[in-house]
Design a protein around this ligand. Sequence first.
Ligand code: S3P
Length: 170
Amino acid sequence: MLRAQNIFIVGPMGAGKSTVGRQLAEALSYTFKDSDHEIQRRTGVDIPTIFEFEGEAGFRVRERHVIEQLVTEERIVLATGGGAVLNPENRQDLSARGVVIYLHCSPEQQYARTARDRNRPLIETEDPLERLREIMAEREPLYRQVADLVVSTEKRGTSSVVKEICRRLE
Ligand code: S3P
């Protein structure tokens, strides 16, 4: 039912959006895109540097521009940043222009996957797990609002997740 449309992946950091997205794109012979990578490519600096100089608000403006353009491409799998759904225009574009897959996992699992990663400025706090819980409580309704498919990545490998998505896209 859902083939031949763009696929947009949403979900929290550590859910596996980029890893799953890359493998899914390969399985479908689509082009893989990642909004964070695109922002880094355009600015020539990493995400923490953008947060440092422009704050989260500046980052969100860049993220909006990138998503606005990427959703108009064809046959792409797009991994969005965890906070992309905060912007109503992003939510509107993602829902209208493709199939949205919400990759879901618990804050504990997110923490296990991101704990050693210095590339996530939003959880550079004293208690990253608590921060992940707060962020998830705020965003979970938004992920569900845009999702056509909800797929768990809790304690699962990438191949099994990709297989499930391919099956459910039939
Ligand atoms: C963010 C998630 C990050 C990145 C930025 C903000 C968020 O992307 O866009 O650090 O608000 O959750 P990932 O979800 O790919 O880690």
